[in-house]
Structures are given as C-alpha cells and as structure tokens.
Design a protein around this ligand. Sequence first.
Ligand SMILES: C[S@@+](CC[C@H](N)C(=O)[O-])C[C@H]1O[C@@H](n2cnc3c(N)ncnc32)[C@H](O)[C@@H]1O
Length: 186
Amino acid sequence: MQTAVNMLTIAQGAWVKSLETAKVIVDATSGAGKDTLYLAQHMKPEAHIYAFDVQPTAMLKTKKTTEAYKDKITYVLDSHENIEQVVEDKLDLVVFNLGYLPGGDHSITTVPKVTIKAVENAMKQLAVNGVISIMVYPGHPTGKEEGVRLLILLEELPKEEYSVVKCQLTNHDSTAPYLYLIEKVK
Ligand SMILES: C[S@@+](CC[C@H](N)C(=O)[O-])C[C@H]1O[C@@H](n2cnc3c(N)ncnc32)[C@H](O)[C@@H]1O
C-alpha cells in the first residue's frame, strides 16, 4: 500500500484537485506511462492529455500502459521544451517526473538547461489556477543540479502571481526525491 507521507502520494493529491477542473493536461516525461495512466484515470471525461517523451522505447511503453485511454491522449515523441509548438491551448496541469526511466537507458535523462527552459515555457502557457508538478531526484549529479537551478528560478517568482511549494522528507538524507508544486494564482 502506498503510504500517506510519500512524495508521489502528495503529488497525486495535488493532481487530483487540479483534475477536478483541468481540461488540458501535459505529462512532460511520460516514461513507462504510469503517471499518464493515473492522470487518465482521474481526469474529467472531456479532458485531454498530451504525453511527451524523447525516447521511442518510453513512448511505446506509455502507449501500452495507457491503451485503454488512447482516444484521450496525444502521444508526442519530442522534448518537453517544445510543448507550446504542439499544444495551442492554455495548460491546466503539467507533470514533470525528472531523471531517467527506471529499467531503461540511464544515459537518456532530463538535463538542467532543457528542464529549466521547459518549466519557464510551461509557466508562460499555464492557465490561471493551472498547476505544474515537478519530481526531482537529487541522488545523481544531474538531478541535484536540476533541483538547485529550479529553486533559483522558483524562489524569485512573485507571490502575487504564483504559489510555490517544496515538499521534502525532513528526516531522510539529502538524496531522497522531492517535489515542487507551482500554481499560477493570477
Ligand atoms: C523518471 S522517467 C518518467 C517516468 C514516468 N513519468 C512514468 O510514470 O513511468 C523520465 C523520462 O523523461 C524522459 N525525458 C528525458 N528528457 C526529456 C525531454 N527533454 N523531454 C521529454 N522527456 C524527456 C526520459 O526519456 C524518461 O522516460
């Protein structure tokens, strides 16, 4: 059973709240499709998901995992920094699960420069009350740098326009995954 005080549970809680009204949803790192499936299972019938991944193997896995919802999902084999070139509408929920695909090619991982660009772009395209969720894995050097650079970006955001939360297990060591949640409030 998934425990309550767990980064994924906390992230999913925010997704489910957002999914009550979300129409345009992006899984920015669809990987094996587990997050895409969760989003599809919890979204409104009229909502649509755009699932992005740069890895053909990952995209095949996403398609297989989400087969039952394929009519509600657009599968995009492209980098998440190009979301705006594919999705014309405002974004209601964008989910980033950074790092590499477990059990896959560990050399194909998200990288700080692209991640920052993608998050900046997603913030520009975010609807009012839209949410961006970013799971960070600081246990490897690239993930650690992504988290640090994201913090530099996020802590400067004006509070009148965005609410930002960092969720971290206080009594675990510094390599444990943690979560940023961003909501556009104005
Ligand atoms: C931790 S995995 C995602 C796990 C996935 N959300 C799931 O539920 O199975 C990270 C994924 O990000 C993908 N990725 C790396 N760079 C990317 C980029 N620039 N744009 C989109 N996806 C990227 C990798 O190919 C990998 O599949």
